[in-house]
Design a protein around this ligand. Structure first.
Ligand SMILES: O=C(O)CCC(=O)C(=O)O
Length: 198
């Protein structure tokens, strides 16, 4: 892989009370469609039930947790599977592009437009007060919604195949984010959020 390509710079997106930056296409040594097909086929996908405000709901997507540390959210405790060789290659490119180090990844598999992720913040204590979270997407473009917790301002970002979004600073304290269901006929999408668990 060309080192210069992997260090392509992230472009800041100005937001109040947080940090966001974006790279339209992360350079990887493997084509995006091959990465998507391998992630779908080779991942041990889980279909979990989460607890929100005391009620239990099936998650409207499949997930997997890999890396070095245990992670707990919404009443779930995820024991990590080791990074796969493919995930390690992707991790190296994400670390080079963002300048941050990560030790864990949450994979989300949106099988079609009916799969989604509710509005939430990644603010669990083990992420620390100002976590850097790198979100890499493959497959169908989905709309990422951000909402400011104080003034309710909403932003929308199209997360297309190969795009990398970095959330940092006070973003998780001051904003929530999610992916709505879509009525459109959409193909599969896999999103990887790389995190550093303390
Ligand atoms: O699929 C996405 O782009 C969102 C992922 C996300 O919000 C998360 O993993 O916390």
């Amino acid at each position: 892989m060309d080192l210069f390509d992997s260090a392509a710079t992230m472009t800041p997106i100005p937001v109040e009370d947080g940090e966001l930056s974006f790279l339209a296409q992360l350079a990887l040594p493997i084509p995006n469609d091959e990465v998507l097909a391998r992630l779908i086929a080779e991942t041990a996908w889980r279909s979990d039930v989460i607890t929100l405000w005391g009620k239990r709901y099936p998650q409207p997507r499949l997930t997997a947790w890999h890396g070095e540390k245990t992670y707990s959210y919404s009443g779930l405790t995820l024991e990590p599977l080791p990074f796969t060789p493919l995930q390690r290659e992707i991790l190296a490119a994400v670390e080079a592009a963002t300048g941050w180090r990560f030790n864990s990844v949450l994979l989300n598999y949106y099988r079609d437009g009916r799969d989604s992720m509710g509005m939430h913040s990644d603010n669990e204590p083990e992420l620390g007060p100002e976590p850097a979270i790198a979100s890499l997407s493959f497959g169908a473009t989905r709309t990422f919604i951000l909402q400011n917790k104080l003034n309710k301002l909403r932003l929308q970002l199209a997360l297309s195949d190969g795009s990398l979004l970095l959330m940092a600073g006070r973003l998780q304290t001051n904003w929530s984010h999610g992916i709505n269901k879509s009525a459109r006929l959409l193909g599969p999408r896999v999103n990887l959020t790389f995190r550093l668990i303390e």
